[in-house]
Design a protein around this ligand. Sequence first.
Ligand code: SF4
Ligand code: MG
Length: 298
Amino acid sequence: MPIPLQSTGPSMKDYHCATQCSWCDGCGDYGIWTAIKRALVELHIEPTKTLMCFDVGCHGNGSDKLAGYRFHGLHGRVIPFAAGAKLSNMNLPVIAFGGDGASFSEGIGHFVHGIRSNYPITFILHNNANYGLTTGQASSLTWQDQPMNTAPNGMPEHTLNSMDFVFSLEPTFVARGFSGNIPQLTQIFKAAIEHQKHGFAFVDVLQACPTYNHFATHEYLLEKCYDANTEGHDPHCEAAKARALAMDSSKRIATGILYQREDVPNFYDRLKPREGKKTQCVDEVGKVDVGEFMEELV
Ligand code: SF4
Ligand code: MG
């Protein structure tokens, strides 16, 4: 007698989208795109029960390569609209994706306040150390002296130390992964999604960009990255210890969950007008008849 099929949540098929990916061969976006789908499937989150928000960039071209609710916004502005969506409905897992170019230049103000405000969202940084979509412009995270299309004689400025910067903002969750290690990335994404109830989860994904990044290549990252958690690193350590580990890439690059704390209230939980509310903002807005306003627009 056949065993009846039981619903165990979504499958990878549920996140499938017929629109084909247009990334270059060997692009790390494929690994990140696969890992986020796997993470959502393993967390039993249906495509219609989450919101994925995309910034502008090569990664942003993945916004229509997934099933479910997605939002593709303006350059560098992914954190404000992701945070706004989450604060209006705290039951919704919200994942924001941004590149290193916008996140550490045009959108850096939003990034700062996302972390210091401890917005209850997950932010995944596609860190390919350049602006890939605009054909290899140097970003704040491009290595100094590397020749790029906007700096053919080598990038003259020093590279921004992104982890030092992030830790200066007193984060509650910091992780780092590598686009070539999908199983580890999946576990990191799951932890970062679950951290939302505590606040802003920052995941730095070192991403191969074989077309424009000829320094931190897939092979280089494969060689240098190691799983710090399996080597005994406890993410609930002192911030100073995690910060030092995250910043030291001289010999090896620590990946995994590098820092986490759950004792800081997230932004929503600090909002006095929301104290004791049983409803979400989105429910309350739904009770307002906006028909009259809509008629004005017809
Ligand atoms: Fe990927 Fe780089 Fe090609 Fe963009 S330019 S799709 S980041 S390999
Ligand atoms: Mg980039």
